[in-house]
Write a protein that binds this ligand. Structure first.
Ligand SMILES: [Zn+2]
Length: 78
């Protein structure tokens, strides 16, 4: 899978990723905080670690994926 590193959201912790998706409004039904994490996957692109969060809106079922740049903390906490 090809990552567009420009669209990756830089975070300093996994908690920050979760907080990020909680404050996102659904593009389809515009309900805020309705996105629920479905699947979390670790991806390496050009030796940089990324977290991909596949989310689904609990209100309308719309799916949305987010890419986070986790190179700030990956390998430091584990
Ligand atoms: Zn929705």
């Amino acid at each position: 899978m090809k990552i567009d590193s420009n669209s990756a959201i830089s975070v300093d912790s996994v908690e920050e990723e979760y907080r990020y998706i909680q404050q996102i409004s659904c593009v389809q039904c515009e309900s805020k905080g309705s996105l629920k994490l479905d699947l979390q996957s670790l991806i390496f692109e050009e030796n940089k670690p990324y977290d991909k969060l596949d989310c689904q809106c609990q209100n309308c079922g719309a799916k949305k994926s987010f890419i986070f740049d986790i190179s700030n903390f990956f390998g430091k906490l584990f």
